[in-house]
Design a protein around this ligand. Sequence first.
Ligand code: FRU
Length: 482
Amino acid sequence: TTKLEKYRPALHFAPQQNWMNDPNGLVFFKGEYHLFFQHNPNDSVWGPMHWGHAVSKDMIEWEQLDIALSPDEHGTIFSGSVVVDWHNTSGFFQDEPGLVAIFTHHFDGANHTETKQMQSLAYSSDQGRTWVKYENNPVLTHATKIDFRDPKVFWHEATHKWIMVLATGQTISIYSSPNLKDWSFESEFGEKVGSHDGVWECPDLFELPIENSNEKKWVLLVSIGDNHKFDSGSRTQYFIGSFDGHTFVEEHDDIKWLDFGKDNYAGVSFSDIPKEDGRRIYLGWMSNWRYANQVPTKGWRSQMTLPRVLSLIETDEDIRIVQKVVKELDSYFTKKEELADVIVSTDANYYNVNAEYAEIDLGLENINATQYGLTIHHTTTQYTTITVDAKEKTLVLERKHSGEVDFSDNFPKQQVVKLSKTDELQLRLIVDSSSLELFLNGGEQAITSLVYPDKACEGVSLFTTEGEIKVVHGKLSIPSKN
Ligand code: FRU
C-alpha cells in the first residue's frame, strides 16, 4: 500500500500522487473537516494549479477525494478559502446551507505578459463533492495590481458582513461584502510594518483569546515568499492588534514569527468550527519554497503540518501565539512510557524507540551544562540533533546527518532559534517518517523541520557537552502496533 512508500508520513496529510502546496478552503461542515490544497495532478513539481480535496473526521486520518476545482477560461486555481453560507447570502442554495469557495483565478497571458489575478467563486450543495463555478466570475479584480491573491473570507458578526483579507504585493487589503459576490474596498495594511523580505501571501485574520484572561485580540497571519538573499526562505509572520470591521491596527513594532523552523508556510485556519468547540485550528504546508520542488520523494511531494490549536499568551516580553497540536492526535499513541527522573551528563542517556512515529515529552532543568540537548537517532548512522546553548541562549536544530540532504544547498544548513531562557525547558517533539515538529514551553515556540532518513526513529538520547542537566519529567509515546 501507499503507507510503505519511502518517506510517506504516518500522521500527516500528503497527496496520494504528485505535487501539493498551500492548504486551501479549510472548513468544518456536517461532521467533516475539509482540506483542499494547491495541487498539480499531472506532475510532482509545481505546475498548473488545481484544488485537490481530502476529508477527515479528526484532522489526522484523511481520505483523499476527487479534484474539486480545475483550471478554466479565467486561468488556473490559486489559493483561497471556503465558508459555509448559513443564511444563503449568496443566493446559491435553495434548500439547505452549502459551501462557497472564494479563490484566485491566475491568468497567464502569452509569454506571461498579461498576468492577472482575480477572485472568483464556486459553490457546492453536496458537502464539497462537486462544485459549480459562478457564472459571473471573477467577482473581484484590480486595474493595476498584479499580485492580488489568496482570499481568506470570514463572517464578521459585529458588522454583519463578509470580510476578505487579500495579499496585494507587500500589503494586505481588506474588502467587505454582504453576499460574497459584491466586494467593497475597506483598507490596506502593512506598508510600513512587519517584514518585507518577500512578497506577502496567504493572509488570515481572526480573533484569539489571551490565555488566563477575559481579553481577546485580533491576529493577522501573513506568509512571506522566498527571498534568495536570506537562508530562511519562505516563512510566516503575524501581527497582533484590533479589527473593527474596516481596519486592522497592529499593537507592536517587533516582527513576530509563527514558526522558527524552515518548514511551515502558507498556513491558515479552519472556518466554521462549531461555537461549542471554539478552537481556532491552524494547518500549514510543511515545506519551504527554497527546496520544495526538490525534496527527495518519488511520485508525490509535500505534506501538511499537524493541525494546531492557536491561542495567545502574555509572557514577560510580549503577547504571542501559542500552538498546541490538536488533542485528536492523542489516540494515535497507545503505548506510553514514563522516563525516570535522571541526571544526564556528558555520557548520553539512550532511550529505545523503534517506531513508525513517536512523541517525546521532556521537562529539563539545567544544573550547570553549557550545552545540552537531544539526538533523534533515525538509524544508527542518520540522526538529527537539537542543542541548547546556555551562553548563547539558542536552540540549534542540526539536520545535516539526518539522511538525504544534498538535494539542496540550503537544506542541510542549521536552524538557529533564539530562546528567552535555558535554565528550564519543556520540549514536546513529534517525529514522523519525514518530519520533526518541536514545541517549546507548551507551544510558545514551534520549530517545524523536514528530514529524509531511512527510518523515522530508532531511539532518542539526551546529552550535555559539559556539566549536567536533570530530567524533571519525561514521557515517550508510540503506537502499540510496533
Ligand atoms: C503561496 C502561493 C500563493 C499562491 C499559490 C500558488 O505558497 O504562492 O500565494 O496562491 O502559492 O500555488
